[in-house]
Each structure stands twice: as structure tokens, then as C-alpha cells.
Design a protein around this ligand. Structure first.
Ligand code: SAH
Length: 369
């Protein structure tokens, strides 16, 4: 059965070193005390890291040199190293390949729009969900990222937005490599660091954080109970179980109806509109009858549909829908009163678009700053 392909628990590997961003405020004070320093140093360090986005200890000039070294040595281990960065869309999209402490690689994508700047981050190295149209799914799961490995992608993006483009990072989407809800506690830790007010965290608006999932029902309910206002996105891709079993193999465990029920519970508890993601694949899931079936499922709900023209991935025979079929799909959904938009395909030429993130262990070219 398909579900044998699914991997929820990654192979055992070492843990990344502990980092400031793994810890909440109380834990930071305890960690600083354990280094033999007064606990207010934890708040100072947090102001540098989360507030001013400083990375290097020598930039923290209000700290005596020996304190700086102790804090940096104990709480700011290098976790992610930019190995390559690629620009596209006239410079509005920039993908960074990060090398992690154990050689695993993940990618994040910074996207600039006229009115906002968004980073798409990875939550796992690889992915265990095995969706056949997604490049990340093909290589399997290497390991979960730690909270700080996720936060570091966001902090780096905020820094880059500020320094390179003079913009403020406002949005974070967990739509990079990995299934966020299969790495639940690290992802929630990262969400808290992202939304907690500075200096505890980066202070982004909860509503500007989106967690995307294949539909792990118990974890959706857990997320609903966190008392957070983050946006939930569900990767549906088919309105019927027969097709969804093949496109999103975890559907063999939680069916369309169960996933949507969990989404409506999430909307009920949080008051947040749920996003439904639907990659339009030519002659696979883009037929008018599927649009009608989807419209009937979503009618009257607190929902928005993001249609994603399929992005090409190596080894997959599938392609995006004919534009006429896409337009018809949109029209039909809207005829059910379902709010629907087509997502722009940022980053296609640099394999940075949805479903194209699949870092292989390539020879690296080092990045100048
Ligand atoms: N695992 C989570 C987070 C990844 S989000 C999830 O599946 O929701 C990435 C989004 O891009 C998902 O909706 C995914 O289904 C979609 N996607 C994957 N491959 C794609 C492709 N080739 N073209 C367009 N969208 C794709």
C-alpha cells in the first residue's frame, strides 16, 4: 500500500547544537546562568539576535568582550551556512541553499512583492510524505530540523530583507521542504519565536504566519488548541479519495472528509480562514467535474482556494493545466461562492517554486557576502 512509503519518524541522527532560538525566555536565562553569567545577559543577547538581527558577537558592543565570547560560544553556534543563493523574477525571488551542521541541506525562498516580503522556510531536510508530483518528496526524509534551524532561516531572511532591500520581513510560510506538522514541536517552537514580541522573538503578526500541511489530522487539532492565530493551509489537490490516495499518499490514513473536518474545526476555534492548496495537473485533477466536487465540499465554509499551476519537476511526466482549463476551474469554484485565486509561480527558473525544492549534495560554490 501507498502508506508504506510514508515516513513519520526520521532515521536517528545526532542533534544540532543548542541555540538561543531553541529556548524561550526563561530557558535562556537559565542557560545564561549555567554559563556563570547574570541572567539579564540573556535579555541583552536576545535584543541583539531577535531585535537587531545581529549575528556576530563583535557587533554586540554593549557587552564586554569576555561576556560576548561566552554567550556566543554557549548560545550562538553556527547552525546554517549559506552555500549558494540564486536570484530570479528580476531579483524579486531569491533562493538560498543552507548547509546544516551535519552536512544536510535545506532551502528557503525570499519573495518580495510590492506590498510585502515573505520567506518560505523548510521544516525538515527532505520529506517523508512521498507526494509523487513534488521534488522534495522523491528523495525521502533525511531528518527533522530543530527550532533554531528553522528560526535561523527566518532571521537570515529578515536580515537580508533589511540589509539588501531595505524592507521589513512581514510574512513567513512553512511551505518549503518537509511536512511541518510531522515535526510538530520544533515547528511550534519556531512559530513562537517568530511571533513573540521582541526581544523574546521577532514580533511578526500571527496572522502573517502560514503553516501548510498534507493533512495530519491529529496535529491539525493540536495546532487549533495552541491559541495561535496562524493561517492553516491544507494541501488537498483532489476532492475525491480515489485520486487523492495517489497524489497525497497520507490520504490512505486520513481521508478527504476527515482532513476537511479538521480544517473546519481549526477555522471554528481560531476564526481564521483556511487555505486550500490545489496544484492543477493537466488531465489528472483539473477536470470540470472535480471543480464541481471541490466547490460542493467547500461551499459556505471559511475558506480560500489557492490554485497552483503545477511546477515541473525532474522525472515527473505531469505538467500544468491548459490555461483554458485553469480558467474554467476558477470559474466553477467561484460559482459555488468559494474565494479562489491562482498562485503566481515565483522562482520556477531556479527550482525555487512550490514542489521544486530538492537540494542534492552538490559541489558548493561559496557565497561572498
Ligand atoms: N508538506 C507541506 C508543506 C509543503 S508546501 C504541504 O504539503 O502542505 C508546498 C506546497 O506546494 C504544497 O501544497 C505542495 O503540495 C505543493 N506542491 C508540491 N509540488 C508541487 C509542484 N510540482 N507544483 C506545484 N505545487 C506543488
Amino acid at each position: 500500500m501507498m502508506s508504506e512509503l510514508l515516513v513519520f519518524d526520521p532515521p536517528r541522527r545526532g542533534k544540532p547544537p543548542r541555540h538561543l532560538a531553541d529556548l524561550d525566555v526563561a530557558e535562556r536565562r537559565a542557560a545564561v546562568a549555567a554559563l556563570g553569567l547574570p541572567s539579564y545577559r540573556a535579555d541583552q543577547l536576545s535584543r541583539h539576535y531577535f531585535g537587531a538581527l545581529r549575528r556576530r558577537p563583535e557587533q554586540m558592543t554593549d557587552l564586554p568582550a569576555d561576556v560576548r565570547d561566552a554567550l556566543a560560544g554557549g548560545l550562538l553556534p553556527p547552525l546554517v551556512e549559506a552555500e549558494r543563493a540564486l536570484d530570479c523574477d528580476g531579483g524579486a525571488t531569491r533562493k538560498t541553499v543552507w548547509k546544516l551542521y551535519d552536512g544536510a541541506r535545506v532551502e528557503s525562498v525570499l519573495m518580495r512583492y510590492p506590498d510585502r516580503t515573505t520567506v518560505c522556510v523548510s521544516s525538515q531536510a527532505g520529506c517523508g510524505m512521498a507526494c509523487p508530483f513534488c521534488a522534495t518528496g522523491q528523495a525521502g526524509l533525511t531528518r527533522n530540523l530543530s527550532t533554531a534551524e528553522i528560526v535561523e532561516q527566518v532571521v537570515a531572511a529578515a536580515r537580508e530583507a533589511a540589509e539588501r532591500y531595505d524592507q521589513r520581513l512581514g510574512n513567513v510560510v512553512f511551505m518549503g521542504m518537509g511536512e511541518p506538522l510531522a515535526n510538530y514541536s520544533a515547528v511550534i517552537g519556531a512559530v513562537r519565536r517568530i511571533v513573540d514580541a521582541a526581544p523574546a522573538g521577532l514580533g511578526l503578526a500571527q496572522r502573517h504566519v502560514t503553516v501548510s500541511t498534507v493533512g495530519l489530522v491529529p496535529a491539525i487539532d493540536r495546532l487549533a488548541a495552541e491559541n495561535l492565530q496562524v493561517t492553516l493551509a491544507v494541501s488537498l489537490h483532489a476532492p475525491d479519495d480515489e485520486l487523492r490516495d495517489t497524489l497525497v499518499p497520507v490520504n490512505t490514513r486520513w481521508k478527504v472528509a476527515e482532513v476537511l473536518d479538521a480544517a473546519w474545526r481549526y477555522a471554528g476555534v481560531t476564526g481564521r480562514r483556511v487555505s486550500i492548496e490545489y496544484a492543477l495537473i493537466r488531465a489528472v485533477n483539473d477536470q470540470a467535474d472535480r471543480a464541481h466536487a471541490l466547490g460542493a465540499l467547500l461551499r459556505g465554509r471559511l475558506v480560500h482556494v489557492n490554485l497552483i499551476p503545477l511546477n515541473p519537476t525532474t522525472g515527473s511526466p505531469w505538467t500544468a493545466s491548459d490555461p483554458r482549463d485553469e480558467r474554467e476551474f476558477v470559474r466553477i469554484l467561484r460559482s459555488y461562492g468559494v474565494s479562489t485565486t491562482v498562485r503566481d509561480t515565483r522562482g520556477r527558473e531556479i527550482d525555487a517554486a512550490c514542489g521544486q525544492l530538492a537540494t542534492r549534495d552538490e559541489i558548493s560554490t561559496n557565497l561572498g557576502e
